[in-house]
Design a protein around this ligand. Structure first.
Ligand SMILES: NC(=O)c1ccc[n+]([C@@H]2O[C@H](COP(=O)([O-])OP(=O)(O)OC[C@H]3O[C@@H](n4cnc5c(N)ncnc54)[C@H](OP(=O)(O)O)[C@@H]3O)[C@@H](O)[C@H]2O)c1
Length: 261
């Protein structure tokens, strides 16, 4: 089990989608929140709604986490406000889609900075907080894209494979130190994600709601699981690489994700 009441959770990418769904689910459990993203208006509206409805403290920190030094700025801001983080949810992330050389190099650099570098730096900065009471939590949002290379989403798939590997390693390092670590691996989910990608061709299978993903995630987190693939269909999609050779898997995924135009 994990006791959420009167603890503080920091959620990156809290202004929409899965991050916003985490914010609601944790507020219902009486957990105070630190909401981080770039969209100040959305974050402030969310904080207002959550504190009014659930009587929790919701702090807003507006930051572009892909910019250099942002994780350190975030940590300093949290310290300045004399807050301690018990549960860290590294959720902010985005994907790019298409032939690698045709996608902006700057955008793919931003993708690595946000999905990987910021996630590692934020985790490192808050680790002493998470470990201090032998009762902390870390949820890193990976993806079913992590289980095999993803042609046409080469950078995204690699960032999410990193998140899965990194999180599972931390799960093993910390399981006897009172810190629960979960790599959350959703499949296609009904959020702004595909609008940001700019194509729904990267969407495989039916989409889950962010509320379902978060419900499944919290259940797995409380059980102390190291990773969780949300949804039965997504579970089987993620097993393809276990049943076929690496090359056959690549061919299957290449055909599935190949742009139609
Ligand atoms: N939806 C899916 O199908 C799916 C599947 C597997 C995994 N995931 C993963 O789930 C996570 C959440 O995505 P989502 O589906 O909920 O998509 P979303 O609705 O687009 O949410 C993305 C969140 O990340 C924030 N964000 C983006 N760039 C940022 C930056 N530079 N600095 C700070 N915050 C930033 C966005 O807020 P601002 O724009 O306000 O900054 C937003 O709150 C991502 O890591 C994604 O890779 C999604």
């Amino acid at each position: 089990m994990f006791m959420y009441a009167n603890k503080t959770a920091l959620i990156t990418g809290a202004s929409s989608g899965i991050g916003e769904a985490f914010a609601f689910s944790l507020a219902v459990r009486n957990c105070n929140l630190i909401l981080v993203a770039r969209n100040e208006t959305k974050l402030k509206e969310l904080a207002k709604e959550l504190s009014a409805k659930y009587n929790v403290k919701a702090t807003v920190i507006v930051l572009d986490l892909s910019s250099p030094g942002a994780p350190q700025t975030l940590h300093l801001e949290v310290q300045k406000q004399q807050l301690k983080v018990d549960l860290l949810i590294n959720n902010a992330g985005f994907a790019t889609y298409g032939y690698f050389e045709q996608i902006s190099g700057e955008r793919q650099h931003e993708e690595v900075m946000l999905n990987v570098a910021a996630l590692v730096d934020i985790t490192h900065a808050f680790m002493p907080d998470l470990l201090r009471n032998r009762d902390g939590g870390l949820i890193n949002v990976s993806s079913t894209a992590a289980f095999q290379p993803d042609p046409y989403m080469a950078v995204y798939g690699a960032t999410k494979a990193f998140v899965l590997s990194f999180s599972e390693a931390l799960w093993a390092e910390n399981r006897k130190r009172g810190l629960k670590v979960l790599a959350l691996c959703p499949g296609a989910t009904e959020t702004s994600f595909f609008d940001v990608v700019g194509s729904s061709e990267a969407s495989v299978g039916s989409r889950e709601t962010p509320q379902t993903v978060v419900k499944n995630a919290l259940k797995a987190f409380e059980k102390g699981r190291s990773h969780m693939i949300s949804g039965r269909q997504n579970y089987w999609v993620a097993q393809v690489s276990r049943f076929f050779s690496r090359q056959t898997t690549l061919n299957i995924v290449e055909r599935t994700l190949r742009p139609q135009n």
